[in-house]
Each structure stands twice: as C-alpha cells, then as structure tokens.
Design a protein around this ligand. Structure first.
Ligand code: U5P
Length: 239
C-alpha cells in the first residue's frame, strides 16, 4: 500500500489513488490538531479508532438510505471510499450548546436547544473556516439553493437517526460536523468522516466528554475516550 500515489494530505488523513479511478483509499493518521492547526500532537491508536468508528457509522447510515462515499475497510487505519469533489462547506448540527456556539452567543454549555441548529462554515484554512449565512453560501457559489436544501435536510436526517441510536447506548450526541461531495454524476454523497474528531459525544450518565474536546482542552485520556466510544458501538450486535 505504501507505493500508492498520494493525492492529498490533510491534518488527520491521507488520500491515495487506487487502480480504480472512481475509488480512493483514505488512511487515518494518529495526528491530532486543533485551533486551525496551532495545537498538534501524535496520539498513538487514534487513526485506527477513527477508521473503525467512522466505517461503523457509515455502514449504519446505509441502512437509513443516506447516500455516502464509504465502500469498505481495507485495514486497521484504511478505508476505500468513492472519489468525490468535496463541497467546501462544513455542515454542523447542534442539539446542545457547546464549543463555538457557547462562545459566540454567550450561552451556557450543555443547554438543550429547542430544536436542532444547522450551521454552514466555509472550509477555508486561510480564513479560519468562518461561519456563513445562507446568502454567503449563495454569493460564494459554494452550493446551489437545491444543494443547500439537500445538505440541510440530509444533515438533519443523520442527526435524528444518530442521536436516537446513540442515546440508546448511553451517549449524548451534542453536535457534529459533516462534509459532502459530488460524484461524477453530480449526486451528493455524505463524505469525510464521522468520528470523535468530528462529533461531540458526552456520556449520558456522567457527562464525561468522549471526543476531541479532551485534546482541545487538555483533559487527557484522549485515545482512551475514543476507545470507550468504539467499545459501545462494537458491543452492539444489531449491525
Ligand atoms: N468540527 C469539526 N471540524 C472543524 C470544526 C468543528 O469536526 O473544523 C466539529 C466539532 O468537533 C464539533 C462541531 O462536533 O463541529 C462544532 O464545533 P464548534 O463550532 O463548536 O467548534
């Protein structure tokens, strides 16, 4: 696998060409970064856990009829996915106040929102991934009105399903970030990853944070917390 041509290297993943032009190989790295790359660390075992957790969630979503890029796991840290053109938007769904929402709106962390809140951020490192209004999305030509509606509707559908599914396993889905891409037919597919790097997971009983906030806030036990999430998923026999 080391001889494959690398197409792209991000903060937490590498993307490689495969023999099939419609597929790429994603390798999850142990690198952890936060605050637009200002904070960095190597967390041994994180790549493998995120690969497993993300693969698991994509497979769950197949059963919900959500079109996505995931094809199959090929090794502990690698998965095969359909090649897409990533839409440069981060679609965040929030069920409770946390992170940047608490800061921006001066609301208390943990407050349950009266309805899920969807936000769009511009995937642009130079600008620091700014929050966008829907009009900003339109004038930047990042997505058509129909695509925008589709992203929002899909994100809310993913939220309804995953919140309920995780709640039954003692995990609160506080918020999460999704990315989408278009395939060669122009179809929108859910892409990127769904993992403790991109979601906030809180233990329903204790409120313990089981996600990347442990790294962002120097709470320690980062990989151990990701492992706890994986144990709860893996313990499920219905998948
Ligand atoms: N998030 C990402 N990547 C980013 C920014 C945020 O995955 O570049 C995720 C966080 O993990 C959290 C949600 O689950 O989006 C909202 O993050 P924040 O806006 O509160 O920082």
């Amino acid at each position: 696998m080391d001889t494959l041509e690398m197409l792209y290297e991000g903060k937490a993943k590498q993307i490689f060409k495969t023999g099939d032009p419609s597929l790429v190989l994603v390798r999850y790295k142990d690198a952890a970064t936060a605050f637009n790359g200002e904070k960095r660390a190597e967390l041994s075992g994180k790549g493998e856990l995120n690969n497993r957790i993300s693969s698991f969630f994509f497979q769950l979503l197949t059963k919900e009829g959500i079109p996505h890029h995931f094809v199959r796991e090929v090794s502990a840290c690698e998965q095969l996915v359909k090649k897409v053109n990533i839409i440069p938007l981060e679609v965040v769904v929030r069920n409770r106040v946390a992170g940047s929402m608490a800061k921006r709106l001066g609301l208390e962390e943990g407050k349950i929102l009266p309805q899920p809140v969807v936000e769009f951020y511009y995937k642009n490192d130079e600008l620091g991934d700014p929050l966008l209004t829907e009009d900003h999305v339109a004038i930047l030509n990042l997505a058509t009105p129909a695509q925008r509606a589709r992203l929002k509707e899909t994100a809310l559908k993913v939220n309804r399903f995953l919140s309920e599914w995780l709640d039954q396993r003692g995990i609160v889905l506080v918020d999460f970030k999704l990315e989408f891409g278009t395939d060669e037919k122009g179809e929108i597919l859910l892409a990127d990853e769904i993992s403790p790097d991109t979601c906030r997971f809180w233990d329903k009983e204790t409120g313990e944070r089981l996600d990347k906030d442990r790294f962002r806030r120097d709470l320690g036990q980062v990989v151990e917390s990701y492992q706890k999430i994986w144990n709860r998923l893996e313990g499920d026999s219905h998948v």
